[in-house]
Ligand binder design. Sequence first.
Ligand code: RFL
Ligand code: PHB
Length: 398
Amino acid sequence: MTVTASTQVGIVGAGPAGLLLSHLLALRGIDSIVVENRSRAYCEARQRAGLLEAGTVELLRQVGLGQRMDVEGLEHGGIYLQFAGERHHLDFRDLTGGRWVTIWAQTEIVKDLIQSRLAAGAQVEFEVSDTEVADLDDDRPVLRYTDAAGGRHEVRCEAIAGCDGFHGICRDCMPPGLVRVAERGYPYSWLGILATVPPSTDELIYSRHEDGFALHTMRTPQVSRLYLQVPADEDIEHWPDDRIWAELRHRLELPGWELKDGPITEKAISPMRSFVASPMRYRRLFLAGDAAHIVPPTGAKGLNLAMADVTVLAEALTSLLRDGNHHPVDSYSDASLRRVWRATHFSWWMTSMLHVDPGPDPFGAELQLAQLRYVTSSRAAATTLAENYTGYFPLHWS
Ligand code: RFL
Ligand code: PHB
């Protein structure tokens, strides 16, 4: 037997995009349901992003999600760029007139969002299966799912948001031929670790080494996060902990600076890809976050873009559902894609400047070094990096 119900917005996916959308809609008095195929514990533990643009931080504060972030988040006013045996500091505050970024893990944002949604009595269904969206040519599309106990549900919605990530189902539910995909693969992956050791640096170090890229970032004053460029099809079994630390030291250390090591609590390899699907809307189905676009993590943009999409979408859906005004939903896709393409270019640029292509490429290597020297010696070039890194497009939430 199928249980039927109705709500205003059906949201597929309890990642940062889906959960924040549900939270923002609730602030506007709009009901939603969130369905998620993983467990709550899995969503809260999934290690991913860690760096927030200033605008994302300000948005979280404005919508009541800033308390823990303000106490435990780490504000950074710049980064280090390392290449050819030299480490250079870029001072974002100086370059951008006071802008900064914050280290605050996606896991913590998701925990706060889930806690706050459940405390508000919102319907968030974990461990669902067989999610379907249908009747997309109707003004009342339908969301179907099987709950954790095996009960089938059908929810009539006034709009559906596909916040179900890159491997979700919503993008493929758009009519055939509508969606245009632009993408780029990269011939390398990132091996990421989480280690119980205080960071060896005050701000992030992005290192272009002739044997591959490395990044030293962090989660807390006690926990470091580090990444290594590895071949695209690399097997994590080839990377015992000792080898990881030796390679990190090789790519990050400089005379007078040492990398502290400690127990590795998590390690995984993630592929790198740029991918943009457009349009991000078909009638009353809207895509947001990784469901519509993926960037390589080098520019730290994925989470920020996901949260920016749903901020625009929440305002647009409010106009549609509360006032019957179609204009904001009509411009949702184009407005979001302008921000997405700026971040896509920036992420591609950072990635191409810092990673070493497999196979000999002396021309490419010299271009990278020329660009890195330029970014670290020209105020104009450094400002371009800083302006994009801290977030180029302002977010509006009134
Ligand atoms: P998510 O987080 O993938 O959430 C989608 C959710 O949908 C669920 N789902 C379904 N639920 C129901 N039915 C179905 N059929 C479903 N199919 C899928 C999934 O289980 C999941 O819970 O997408 P969202 O919300 O759009 O958020 C995007 C971000 O997670 C992502 O862009 C960032 O993590 C990217 N990223 C970074 N972004 C930054 O802004 N700053 C960073 O520092 C940064 N570092 C990173 C990153 C991503 C990384 N990896 C692993 C790709 C570092 C790494 C290593
Ligand atoms: C992270 O902290 O996980 C992180 C930070 C900056 C990046 C990518 C990942 O560019």
